[in-house]
Design a protein around this ligand. Structure first.
Ligand SMILES: Nc1nc2c(ncn2[C@@H]2O[C@H](COP(=O)(O)OP(=O)(O)OP(=O)(O)O)[C@@H](O)[C@H]2O)c(=O)[nH]1
Ligand SMILES: [Mg+2]
Length: 455
């Protein structure tokens, strides 16, 4: 267990600045209670029980600043493992700022972004992966993304990584033992054989973890979903229905949407970054032309393509071209306007289309189910799996895997065991960067600077 390190006392506004019922100004550090007491009129805060909330006023040189409730939490049972004081003020930009200024004038230092969480990390309360999950939790856009973050905060990823690292360490120790106390003549071959089995096992573990990453990324960042089709087929109508809001302009004029519109929607727990595009056609209009180019770009970059066709008219060359262009993407073909008599040639379409009416809001739940099915194959409710969701973690696991691959190749090529050890040790070290056991200082500083102020 790490001993709590001594730091100066920091202060920051921990709630978003704006007009609200309550704002919170937070202090953390050895002087937190002393500084708060020096500007507080009410009970003597140095004498109150830990984890109590106390009524009083913030005053400076007899000037009354606000009526407040002050929470006093003594180390070590706090977020930072230091003494923490939280001042609940009447929300409002001026008052909250003034209270912060008073604390700064009385000995506190303005906290850097993420510094409270950084202290929790440095004081050993949480590891790096857990600290990052605090940020992920704040940024989560759906309840499922929040779920992953809260599990990671709980330490499930850290435990998994620590277990793998421990196993790697034990294998490395075993190698040492074999080399130092050779019981057999063919110790080199024996040890190679053992390492080969072990590295294969570790590879397997890391590959399993990586396979959860795609789902994790989607849950965190949203699935880039492009709505594509020729003009007037009902793309913007579909966007509006999925958003349950009139975001995009809908008219019966072909070429209404001129530029790409991006909106965020929550479809059965899957966050979608929905991209409504300009209808794709050959046009001389310069603005529309650029729009069409952007639509094609969106089609290429999307994780998922919703190709909209007008079921009430026959297929055009553009429709066929788009069917072909999107064939290699994750794609859902939607026959829209099915409230009108159907004229589209079904025999020219792929088999798994969905009939909808964006105008009448018909059968859109089938689209939502299909989206879920494509990306989660029914797994979306699997709450217990540890999911790799953070881009930094994914990158590190990939690096660790490639170190293992090198070890394997070396073994296959009959390289001496001590060279293989180097690769396996590297894998162990890289994994340590996930939990922060082996993370360089600059990395830690950079990570915490991405936090919001006051967290
Ligand atoms: N009958 C019927 N009309 C629809 C349906 N969906 C959309 N429309 C109509 O079709 C017209 C075009 O709809 P939009 O949503 O603007 O089509 P778009 O694909 O975004 O068109 P562009 O932005 O020009 O590419 C509007 O008059 C809509 O009301 C539908 O399901 N049934
Ligand atoms: Mg449109």
């Amino acid at each position: 267990m790490t001993l709590t390190q001594e730091f100066d006392t920091i202060a920051a506004i921990s709630t978003p600045l704006g007009e609200g019922a309550i704002s919170i100004v937070r202090l953390s550090g050895t002087e937190a209670v002393k500084i708060a007491t020096s500007v507080f009129k009410g009970k003597d805060l140095t004498q109150v029980n830990s984890h109590t909330i106390n009524y009083g006023h913030i005053v400076e040189k007899e000037t009354l600043i606000d009526e407040v409730m002050v929470s006093v939490m003594r180390a070590p049972k706090t977020f930072t493992r230091e003494d923490i004081v939280e001042i609940n003020t009447h929300g409002g930009i001026a008052v909250t700022q003034e209270i912060l200024q008073v604390l700064l004038r009385n000995g506190a230092r303005l906290a850097e972004p993420g510094e409270f969480t950084k202290r929790a990390f440095l004081n050993g309360r949480i590891d790096l992966a857990q600290a990052e999950s605090v940020m992920d939790l704040i940024r989560a856009k759906t309840d499922k993304a929040a779920n992953i973050a809260i599990k990671q905060l709980d330490g499930s990823l850290s435990t998994l990584i620590n277990n793998i690292r421990q196993e790697i360490l034990e294998s490395l120790a075993q190698v040492e033992v074999n080399i130092d106390y050779p019981e057999y003549d063919d110790v080199e071959t024996m040890t190679s054989q053992m390492l080969l089995e072990k590295t294969a096992h570790f590879q397997n573990l890391l590959e399993n973890l990586l396979s959860t990453a795609k789902r994790g990324k989607i849950l965190r960042e949203g699935l880039k979903t492009a709505i594509i089709g020729r003009p007037n087929v009902g793309k913007s109508s579909l966007l509006n229905q999925l958003l349950r809001e009139e975001k995009a302009i809908v008219t019966d004029i072909a070429g209404t949407t001129r530029d790409v519109i991006t909106e965020f929607a929550n479809i059965g727990g899957v966050p979608l970054e929905l991209i409504d595009t300009a209808g794709i056609r050959d046009t001389e209009d310069i603005v529309e032309k650029i729009g069409v180019e952007r639509s094609k770009k969106a089609l290429n970059e999307a994780d998922l393509v919703l190709l909209v066709l007008d079921a009430s008219s026959e297929l055009t060359d553009k429709d066929l071209e788009l069917l072909e262009l999107s064939a290699s993407s994750n794609r859902i073909v939607l026959l829209n306007k099915t409230d009108l008599p159907e004229k589209i040639e079904l025999d020219k379409l792929p088999a798994d289309f969905i009939r909808i009416s964006a105008l009448k809001n018909e059968n859109l739940d089938a689209v939502e189910e299909k989206i879920n099915a494509i990306f989660f194959a029914g797994e979306i409710e699997a709450k217990d799996a540890t999911v790799l969701s953070n881009a930094r973690h994914v990158g590190l696991v990939e690096k660790a895997l490639s170190a293992l691959t090198e070890a394997n190749e070396g073994l296959a090529a009959g390289l001496p065991v001590d060279l293989i050890q180097v690769d396996v040790t590297r894998c162990w070290q890289i994994l340590g960067e996930i939990t922060g056991d082996a993370a360089p200082d600059e990395l830690i500083t950079q990570l915490f600077s991405q936090f919001c102020l006051g967290k």
